[in-house]
Design a protein around this ligand. Structure first.
Ligand code: MOS
Length: 749
């Protein structure tokens, strides 16, 4: 698939590095995020959180709070409006927690909302929320972080051959257990809802990765028709999966606003961010690899378990990447869930694949050590030529090239395999690598493109820009099709009154929006040329539209320079139209004959260098080379930005991030930005990003697969393997901590 040609282009803007068109709005503070919406007469809601993790509300006394200055309303289980659940397993209307807020008196996790106080000001609501008295009866909370004592069922995820038998007979074996901790999404923009009713319709200003789903879900929760719910998300300060589906605070704001007949704002604070709006669950994975003495995989078994809440069964899906990444005749993957008194987990960047790959790629590195084989060589030797989980060919797979390119760029040939054998500037160096993959998806999308009488081209779509450049992608396609400069292109997203677009999740937004906006743009241009042909007074009246074209915003005869033509807005005015608009659609990839029977995935390779200073126990990731096979790259600047951000997140996953629940109370004890460690600028290594840029035409005419999550996949295991190479300590429980490394026998640099 390496030689596919790119579609015809008049501006070459597809595949070019374009700065985000919404950048100036953000840097000038003009972009409105959810909590930035203010309305006259707006009231403020502050939730009251449970101080226990398991039990029951025996008594809730709101009298004191109710009588405090400015207090308008205290809602709780005893006086809450009736709320409803959404239909289970309906992917078009999903909530994060199945249980609506205040549904019963039961406490399932620390921090659960037990009441909400609404007052004239935020300060008044905050003060009164602290005055709500709640008496609980407690039951023992399940908070153990040990998932190893699980004795229940382990349903099969994937199965081929006989992994048991093949493992038993294999001459070389790895059998290890890997743990990835709970991690909390920490987007800069915290969750917030501003709810405003007008009659029996409500507008919810949200920070949502999926406004359409949010609308459908909240209509069900509130028990009103979906036409009566509008969801607006103009900008997001990211989400990382935590904002895919509505959380209970959205319903609290909506109910409070309906009761008071006033707009109500509810901002989730950083403490609540750690307990009430999802997290990556704690996962434990046993990996058994069997191989021949020359490094050919014979068997792979992965048994994973993740914690979930008592309310929802959330499967982390750690087998996502396991079944197709390598060629292995016998394979078994099983899953299991362990209920804990924690909030409901949610997808977090590369859900399943990212923790799964930590375990699998760590195990592969251990296998390389056991074989005394180069880890790059081991991967190349086990490359898969088809998806062995289902026999399907890959639509476009260049993992081998990712690994070889990465190795060359990193200088891997210079690696000496012995632990602690590499030095630079008084530091021990460790070099590690890992492969990466992530599924490719495309979901339905509708978009409306219009050529306006004022000379602008606009597009409307109810998707949203999570911060990654979605506005810019739309603008690039419109520039491609019309030749107009960005100043004359208007992109309108994030409002459910527009045609329905996809979620910003799973790295699928770009692939999902491209066909819809492209076909809508083609349609308007076609109509414009017909108008040019049929409008009295048009210089092209009677000219075959097939002989006309639109270049740089001007209609002209094909073969003539654009300057000889007429600005399209003149023709629109001549025809007495306000605009020429058309709709375009994207179908789901599952319904596309071109993608039928193909295994669609992105691939990548991560190469990591760590510097270890044993005398002072200082560890730093100093260099990362990442090579991504993500299909055609529409905007290399935005794409590289995604990958770099993901790599930094990977440094956090490898070395820092872990949500710690107090074993007595279930409270996230590091639930703030001081105690929850994340990678920041000083932790950021030198990052080299390469895109292979092979269009995957099974995904659509542009061949884009998706970028973002793949950048995080493989980083943590490459770090752990580099740490092993530097120190001789194999860390199988993330994050890698200095305490783990004190046992290193490498004493000096
Ligand atoms: Mo991503 S975890 O699907 O936002």
């Amino acid at each position: 698939m390496a030689t596919q040609t790119t579609p015809p282009s008049q501006s070459n803007v597809i595949g070019r590095s374009v700065a985000r068109i919404d950048g100036p709005l953000k840097t000038t503070g003009t972009a409105q995020y959810a909590a930035d919406f203010h309305f006259p007469n707006m009231a403020h809601a502050v939730p009251v959180q449970s101080t226990i993790a398991s039990g029951r509300i025996e008594k809730l006394d709101a009298a004191a709070a109710q009588s405090m200055p400015g207090v308008l309303l205290v809602l709780h289980h005893g006086n809450m409006d009736k709320l409803y659940r959404v239909v289970p397993n309906d992917f078009s209307a999903t909530t994060s927690e199945a249980r609506p807020p205040f549904e019963d008196r039961t406490i399932y996790y620390w921090g659960q909302y037990v009441a909400v106080v609404v007052a004239e000001t935020l300060e008044q609501a905050t003060a009164a929320a602290a005055a709500v008295k709640v008496e609980y009866s407690q039951t023992p909370a399940k908070l153990s972080t040990n998932l190893g004592d699980y004795a229940g069922k382990r349903p099969s995820v994937s199965q081929r051959g006989d992994a048991e038998k093949a493992f038993a007979a294999a001459p070389i074996k790895v059998d290890q257990t890997y743990v990835t901790p709970a991690e909390t999404h920490n987007p800069i923009e915290m969750h917030a809802t501003v709810a405003a009713w007008e009659g029996d319709s409500v507008t919810l200003y949200e920070t949502s990765q999926g406004v359409v789903n949010h609308r459908y879900a909240m209509a069900q929760v509130l028990g009103i028709p979906r036409e009566n719910v509008t969801v607006v998300t103009r900008f997001l300060g990211s989400g990382f999966g935590g904002k895919l589906f509505p959380w209970p605070h959205s319903a609290l704001a909506a109910v409070a606003s309906r009761r008071l007949q006033r707009p109500v704002k509810l901002s989730v604070n950083r403490t609540m961010m750690f307990s009430n709006v999802g997290h990556r669950p704690l996962c434990e994975q046993r990996f058994q690899l069997g191989a021949t003495t020359d490094g050919k995989l014979l068997s792979l078994r992965q048994d994973y378990i993740n914690h979930t809440s008592l309310i929802d069964d959330i499967d982390e899906g750690c087998g996502e990447a396991t079944t197709y990444l390598y060629s292995v005749p016998s394979l078994t993957v099983t899953r299991a869930l362990a209920q804990r008194n924690v909030g409901t987990p949610s997808p977090m960047r590369g859900p399943g694949a990212v923790p799964g790959l930590f375990a699998m790629e760590s195990a592969m590195d251990e296998l390389a050590v056991a074989l005394n084989m180069d880890p790059v060589e081991l991967r190349l030797r086990n490359d898969a030529t088809k998806d062995e989980s289902n026999g399907q060919p890959f639509s476009s797979r260049h993992l081998k090239e990712c690994i070889e390119t990465g190795a060359a760029k990193f200088g891997w040939k210079q690696r000496t395999p012995a632990v602690g054998s590499m030095r630079r500037d008084g530091r021990v160096l460790g070099w590690g690598m890992a492969a990466a993959s992530w599924g490719a998806y495309r979901f339905p999308c509708a978009a409306t493109v219009a050529l306006e009488v004022d000379g602008r081209v606009t597009v409307r779509c109810a998707t949203q820009d999570v911060g990654t450049g979605t506005y810019t992608i739309f603008a690039q396609v419109l520039q491609e099709k019309t030749g107009l400069p960005f100043e004359r292109i208007g992109v309108h997203l994030g409002d459910t009154s527009m045609p329905e677009g996809p979620m910003s999740g799973g790295s699928w937004a770009t692939a999902s929006v491209l066909p819809a906006v492209s076909s809508a743009a083609d349609s308007v241009v076609k109509t414009l040329l017909q108008v040019a042909n049929s409008t009295a007074g048009s210089p092209f009246a009677g000219v075959d539209p097939a002989k006309l074209q639109l270049t740089a915003g001007r209609v002209h005869q094909a073969g003539e320079p654009a300057e000889t033509g007429v600005p399209f807005e003149k023709l629109i005015a001549m025809a007495r139209l306000s605009r020429i608009s058309a709709d375009g659609n994207t179908t789901a990839i599952f319904e596309d004959p071109k993608a039928k029977g193909l295994s669609l995935h992105s691939f990548g390779a991560q190469f990591v260098e760590v510097e270890w200073e044993p005398q002072i126990a200082r560890l730093r990731v100093s260099r990362v080379v990442t090579v991504i096979d993500g299909g055609r790259i529409i905007n290399p600047k935005a794409a590289a930005n995604q990958i770099k951000g993901a790599v930094v997140m990977g440094v956090g996953m490898g070395l820092l991030e872990q949500t710690v629940y107090d074993p007595r109370t279930g409270q996230p004890i590091n639930g703030n930005m001081a105690d929850y460690l994340m990678a920041t600028c000083p932790d950021t290594p030198e990052i080299d990003v390469t895109f292979l840029d092979y269009p995957d035409l099974a995904m659509g005419e542009y061949g884009a697969r998706g970028i973002g999550e793949i950048g995080l996949a493989g980083v943590a295991p490459a770090i752990a393997s580099a740490v092993y190479h530097a120190t001789g300590v194999r860390v199988r429980t993330l994050p890698v901590r200095i305490e783990d490394l004190l046992q290193s026998r490498i004493r000096e640099a």
